[in-house]
Design a protein around this ligand. Sequence first.
Ligand code: PLP
Length: 371
Amino acid sequence: MITRRRLIQDLGYFAAAGHLAGKASVASLGPQSTPPSQSDVVRLDSNENPLGPPPSAIKAMVDGMSATARYHFDEFGKFREAIAQSEGLRPEQVLFGVGSTEVIDAAVSAFASSKPLITATATYDILIELERRLGRQVVQVPLTESWGYPVRKLVEEAVKAGGGLIYLCNPNNPTSSLTPKGDIEWLVANLPPHSVLLVDEAYIHFAQPSEVESTLKYVREDKDVIVTRTFSKIYGMAGARAGFGCARPDLLRAMEPFMDNVIPVLALRGAMAALGDRDSLVPTRRAEFGRISGELCEWLHQKNIRYIEPHANFLMIDIGREVRPFGQEMLRRGVAVGRPFPPLNHMLRVTLGTDQEMKKFREVFWQVYTG
Ligand code: PLP
């Protein structure tokens, strides 16, 4: 069994590894190169949202500073109710966490111990790393030609293994692609016995509602489905650390032993305020990122550079060469982009930034691409 302490150690390990990797890439620039200072770097590497938290959330967090003396267990029920109400669920179908990472890790611990974690490649890999470091089995199948999850293959693997935790990220990170609604519907209808489907909807708010359908409807229908959401992406609150999972109460109960069941009071208050702004914030921000994304796609199109059609606040560009040295050169010139995502080693993941940041991105990208 994995303990909460162990999970924190794991996350600390990943953070440290990321830090060292960042340092190493800067250190390898050569003696004559002066890397830009951290504050000058345009950060398009971690799928954060440059718009940041809405003003209401900032106010709630600033006003709440003195409340950090206590855990504020008394506010947890209200938070759970607010989330449930916003998603059309009952409070007992909701579990909040320190970012959605905590909820995802708890699902891995609860449902992928004696059975494998089954997913596609390439996808969000923090849970794959966790499963591997615990010495457990991960089964990965390639994404389809249109970058969706190959649902029939996922089911075949689950049948072979006698069940397992199937992880599907929609829109997918790092490809920013969607799995068609009909495929997800088929997957839910054909889940083999002893299988649970975990759908990570961290980026769902960025996708056009006409193109995507939340899997929360299957939670409402009491299926073997867990859906995770986060305040880190559209709400711009990655550093606050608030996320949640939705599922049938018995599934959540199986995950609870692997959760702290406490989140920072500032994260809770900020997230509550952000949730209150949801109806105006989500469509406004979705439209803004849609515009920025459209402009970048148009520019790439004009330059004859291929990319995967994006459905989130990041996109994958086919640079036709190894990503790592390309990214290091961009960083030397002041723009941080995504690391390699094997096996897509020639695809550069770029997070959408502000207009000014994207202008700098285009300049630096073009210099390095043509250099
Ligand atoms: N899921 C996906 C697909 C992500 O890309 C991320 C973070 O980048 C997360 C989950 C974790 O987000 P958080 O723990 O900040 O909610």
